[in-house]
Design a protein around this ligand. Sequence first.
Ligand code: ADP
Ligand code: MG
Length: 729
Amino acid sequence: MSSLRFKAVEVASKRQPVEISLPAERPSNYFGKYVFNQEKMFRYLPRETYRLLRRAIEEGTPLSLAVADEVASGMKKWAMEMGVTHCTHWFQPLTEGTAEKHDAFVVHDGKGGMIEDFTGKQLVQQEPDASSFPSGGIRSTFEARGYSAWDPASPVFIIGDTLMIPTVFISYTGEALDYKAPLKKALAAVDKAATKVAKFFDENVSHVTANLGWEQEYFLVDEAFYHARPDLMLTGRTLMGHDSAKNQQMDDHYFGAIPERVAEFMKDLEIQALQLGIPCKTRHNEVAPNQFELAPIFEECNLAVDHNMLLMSLMRKVAKKHGFRMLLHEKPFAGVNGSGKHNNWSLTTNNGALLHSPGRTPEENLRFAVFIVETLRGVYRHNGLLKASIASASNAYRLGAHEAPPAIISAFVGKQIGDMLQKIAHSTTEQLFTLEGKHGMRLDIPQIPELMIDNTDRNRTSPFAFTGNRFEFRAVGSSANCASAMIVLNTAVAEALADFHERVSGRIEKGQTKTAALLDVLREDIKDIRPIIFEGNGYSDEWKTEAEKRGLDCEVSVPLMIDTYLHPQSIAMFERMGVMKKAELQARNDIKWETYQKRVQIESRVLGDLAMNHIIPVATRYQTQLTESVLRLQQAFNKDDAQRLGSYNIDLIEKINKHTTFIAQATNEMVEARKKANTIPTLREKAIAYHDTIAPYLESIRYHIDKLELIVEDSLWTLPKYREMLFIR
Ligand code: ADP
Ligand code: MG
């Protein structure tokens, strides 16, 4: 009965590293080998086309179809030299992943012949027959068609024999059906608003770019175990499994030596990622056994999002080659750390100023204070929405667990920045300034020492932490598309900056000097954002009580968190910033509720099956063995001795019976609860019912299964145990 488990142990324990030989060239030679990057654009495009394309990328100017034709022809030449035969529009539908539809590089001439071709039209726009992607009803109510449209800001690349073209996915009437379209709008909004504010300090600023540096955490398990655990295969996490006696208590995995098999996997992954232009930089073990991290250098946000999506699919593929399965789920194993994807975020001007970095002059430091405070203001005003942006059925298992930020968004700035803000808030303009020669006003904020950039006073428990020259949003889940969080963050900061600009300009128009106006508004805002700043231990229970007092969003139910997207102030923000309209938000919420409900439903079904097909039969078999032993004792000994000698086993029989009775009963109740919830007609209410009446069974049933795992004889147990799965040799 337990053969699959023991076969898996055998296969995994004999598995050898798949050795990878490094390419002969240096990484700088093969970096971007499969990307139509700037260098290739220059080489394959006519001079004028190259210029127009660069301008489109850098300034967002539209390209004519004639120019697109020239670009397509250059791309085709390069791609065919690389052995490419197909092309596809690559897009990010509202499922967690990417989609593609491959077309051959050929046109039939209608006379039985064919030629290789790839036109501007094919590059610019396609109509994938993608009617089963979630659209939240948008396409059925408005228009059935969905279009994918080329995003020149993210370079095309080659996978195997296919040219991949990053695209946005929109409906016939322009509603976004994906993550990329609203992300690009959010980035445009923050560019516009931040540029206006940055101009207060430097007239030459014409563009502001949002940067994103993600840190991807993941688990690896041996493929053999994966196949022996239906829960891992079907839900991405283990729905049961008792703690291994040793897991992460010794902290010996964190930054420890990377196991050889994993090291070969990482090498392979990195080479391929570099060839695709993903600028990988760090790799290390994480806290939990079998947990690892990969982080590239930060890039422009839209490109960074594409690179993360690309990396996730690359990781899956490369892991298989090495006999692993990659787990991107936020909490694949209970009792050890889960996986997140820290999103390091900052803004840079076109002339190179890092707006979240302290400067060298007092003016630069005032600008720094403004961007810090207005970022926090956006986060404060929309803290519930920011939480909704990272809420999912899987991330819910991680948030609030002992190692991850709680389901409350707060910000950490550290003592030095905190003191600086307080100093600005409590000073009068006269105190802050001393007149100094021709330069006019001088701001008497003590120069912020370079040292502050050091990460010494890091607070690992904060979901949104300032880390020297950027903010690190740590609540993002490991399996998520970063775009979801980045849409909200960039839009919220855009709104705060637009407000700031309006208020400062109003004061200047009324005759205040620019610096005084900036400082007055800044002071107002520093006082305003106080509730979002929290420097203490975010994992503590006191914080939950305190956060509630401060009026921060403390909702823990994912379906209710999602409601925040439709709060009047969220709709107002998205509409005013030109990112999404109410109908789009409604449609997207329907998809979120439905996705949540389906994921809980699948988990519940899988758990029910395993409980009835594996756990109860195995426990009953063991119980029968115990009963037989008791019977034998009764045959061999007198009544009293048999009683005495059999008492331990009788006790176990009772215990097993208690657990199996609970499991069988709760599984029945869970099925009934599902039947009832399935009759609910609206997606929101159905998701709520799944959260309130079905998800709790996952925990309670698991508890009893895990107890049984400790009692039942090891050789009877069919499912690989944590101690087997969690340690790669
Ligand atoms: P840690 O794990 O200590 O937080 P890592 O080096 O693993 O740090 O990852 C930090 C990430 O933050 C990297 O992707 C890095 O490129 C990125 N990063 C560094 N500076 C900035 C910045 N100014 N803006 C955005 N991202 C940044
Ligand atoms: Mg980090």
